[in-house]
Structures are given as C-alpha cells and as structure tokens.
Design a protein around this ligand. Structure first.
Ligand SMILES: [Zn+2]
Length: 378
C-alpha cells in the first residue's frame, strides 16, 4: 500500500475497530501486553457495546488475567475491565521480532552460548551487513557468545577467532528456539520425491509475508486483515516451492511485527536467489481490483522476474491484470537481491475479497509463483 492508502486504511481500520474482534491473543494470567493502537478503549464487559470506563494509549502496558473471544480482562482503576485483544502486542512477541535474542543474550552470563536458527547465515567481520562475509553458519550450530552490539552477536569460532552474526537469526542455546523470529530454513525432503524433477533445487527463495503483529496492513470492510492473508499465502508458497526443491526462508512464520529493514537484512544474510514480498491491496474506491507485480530497478532482472510472475499469475487465477509497475518500495529499493513485490488482490473490492480469502486462491497463487520462478531460473 502507498502511504496515502495506508493513511486512509488506518482511519478505516479505526472505524472497524468497533465491529471486528478476531481473537488473536491467548492471554495467560499476568501476561503483559503493550497497547499497539493509538487509542484503546477500556470497557466494563467483553463486548463492543459495553460501557467505556477509560482509555489507553499506544505503549501502555496491559496485564491480562483472562481472555474471552478476542477480549482481554485486566484491572482498570481497581475494577475488572476489558480491552479488545487485537490491538495488544505481546511483550515477548514484540521484543522477539526485533531484539529478543539481543536482549536475551545481554541478560545471559558472559560465557553464554547461542545457537544458529537458520541455514546459510553469514558470519561477518563486524556488526552489520556492510561488513565482509568471512563464513557461513548452519541451523543448530552453537557458538560461544563474546559480545552483543545492537542486533548483532560477536561469537567465537572453532579456531579461537571471532565473527559477527545477526542476533535475530540465533537463539540462546538453552532457550526456547520457537521464540526466535528467524524462520528456520526448511529444506525439502528430496528422498520423498525421487521421481519428480525438482526444478528449483539449489535456489534459496525468501518469502516475505507483508505486515504482521501490530501492523495489520490493509483492512477490508468486513474486517479482513492483510497480515493474515499474506501469512497464509506465504505458507502455501513455501510448501509449493519446497516441493519443487527450493530452500525457503520466511521473514516471518507467525503474527509478528518485523521491520522492513529486518526483512531486507534477512534476505541479505543468505545467498538469496529471489526475494518475493506478498501483499494484498486496499483502495478507497471499492471497484478497484486485481493483481500487480512491482519491481524497483527498471531494467534488468527484477523487471523480468516481475513480468514472468505476473504472467504466470494471470494464467492461474481469474483476476484483473493490473500489470507490472516500477515502485519505490523500501523492501525492493534497499534490497541487493533479485526482488519483487506482489499485490495479490484488493481487500476493499467485494469480488477480490471473496476470492483471496480462500485456500484455493492462495494455493493457485503459490503454484503461479513457483511456475514463474521455474520459468525465470531455468
Ligand atoms: Zn501491504
């Protein structure tokens, strides 16, 4: 979405706030959340028509004691009170998306170990992707942590020398790896598919599900949220690409907030063959519909991949063809890898909205993207 569209949809989203309450928080007693919306009303019962007893602001902490159908119970001015959970950000989840491993490591003793949470993670001479690559680490590799600087860990290698690794691609060695935002790379099990030719074997594809966590992306008139559509579509794309032999890296595999820079850095941390960002669109004029594929560099591989994928999509799904477009999106402009961004339909258009939420549609999208990549790379 553009900034203007985004602004429009944020206003739209606030209106919808009162009528949509998908449960997305599983509260535990005493669990802390932060308010992720600019204003969050506190009510005396878990219902949108319940009396408002107060209001919270972005960043306020909510301690949850119960959860019911999208409402979290807390205490407000000494009284039992309820807030809609959809604009709450789990403290652990929020920090996990950006700095959890760094802060977790900071809290560890000086001789803590970290474990690498993905395959092909670059080891560098310094704390940042601008530093030279001096090696590579694999999922499950364990290193002694020497220091932490920002989002980067300095680790000790077998020969006693040190290197830097992106903290968000690691987890504490004794910690819960499930909490790491780094999506473990999942290689295809080729032994199951001897007979099938795997056209994407050897290719590393980064699949970027747009938005997530406190950033819902576009919100449709019926409450459909872009962040859920992009995630479920990304999972289907991952499955199809893996069945074709590709190694797939997901920028997120759950409902987490991941910054645009982190998405690009994740891509840059791998020998990425292609970065594909998945989005759904929104527009105030509800008749606007269809699919478009976006690229940044107007000549060369990005544009060619965009064209190949857009053509493949048009063969797989019956949607309006909005063509390919040169667009100044951050994840494309700052990305050193081959990169495209696909807008897979409009949550604001009734025809598109009915289709895009179906598994059939998202599976066809996944097949179309896989076909497009196969055509491009082979
Ligand atoms: Zn989007």
């Amino acid at each position: 979405m553009s900034n203007l569209q985004r602004f429009t949809m944020v206003v739209f989203g606030l209106l919808l706030f009162f009528i949509i309450f998908p449960p997305n928080v599983n509260a535990q007693d005493g669990k802390e959340y932060k308010v992720g919306a600019s204003t969050l009303y506190v009510r005396n019962a878990p219902a949108s028509n319940a009396q408002i007893v107060g209001q919270l602001s972005a960043g306020d902490t909510v301690i949850a004691f119960d959860e019911q159908h999208g409402w979290v119970m807390t205490y407000y001015a000494g009284q039992e009170a309820w807030v809609a959970s959809q604009f709450l950000v789990a403290e652990k989840q929020d920090t996990a998306s950006a700095h959890s491993t760094a802060s977790a490591a900071t809290a560890q003793s000086a001789n803590a170990n970290i474990v690498v949470a993905a395959n092909g993670v670059n080891l560098r001479t310094g704390p940042g992707t601008n530093h030279n690559i001096i090696g590579s680490a694999s999922h499950g590799d364990t290193y002694k942590l020497v220091a932490t600087k920002g989002d980067w860990h300095q680790i000790e290698l077998d020969d006693g020398s040190t290197a830097w690794i992106a903290a968000w691609l690691t987890a504490p060695a004794n910690g819960n790896q499930a909490s790491t935002p780094a999506m473990a790379t999942q290689t295809n099990q080729q032994s199951d598919n001897h007979a099938k030719r795997q056209s994407l074997a050897g290719f590393n594809i980064v699949i970027d599900a747009g938005h997530g966590g406190k950033d819902p992306g576009a919100i449709g008139p019926n409450g459909m949220k872009e962040k859920y559509l992009t995630l479920s579509t990304a999972q289907k794309v991952r499955d199809v690409l893996q069945s074709e032999g590709a190694t797939v890296i997901m920028t997120r595999s759950g409902d987490q907030f991941i910054s645009l820079d982190q998405r690009v850095q994740l891509s840059n941390s791998y020998h990425t063959s292609a970065f594909i960002s998945l989005h759904y669109n929104a527009y105030p004029v509800l008749t606007v519909n269809g699919i478009s594929t976006h690229y940044y560099s107007s000549s060369g591989p990005d544009m060619r991949l965009a064209q190949t994928i857009q053509s493949s999509l048009m063969q797989h799904v019956n949607m309006t063809n909005r063509g390919i477009r040169q667009s100044d999106y951050h994840v494309l402009r700052t990305n050193g890898d081959l990169a495209v961004l696909i807008e897979l339909g409009f949550v604001t258009n009734p025809y598109d909205a009915a289709k895009i939420q179906t598994g059939n549609y998202q599976t066809e999208v996944a097949r179309a993207i896989a076909d497009g990549l196969k055509i491009y790379f082979n």
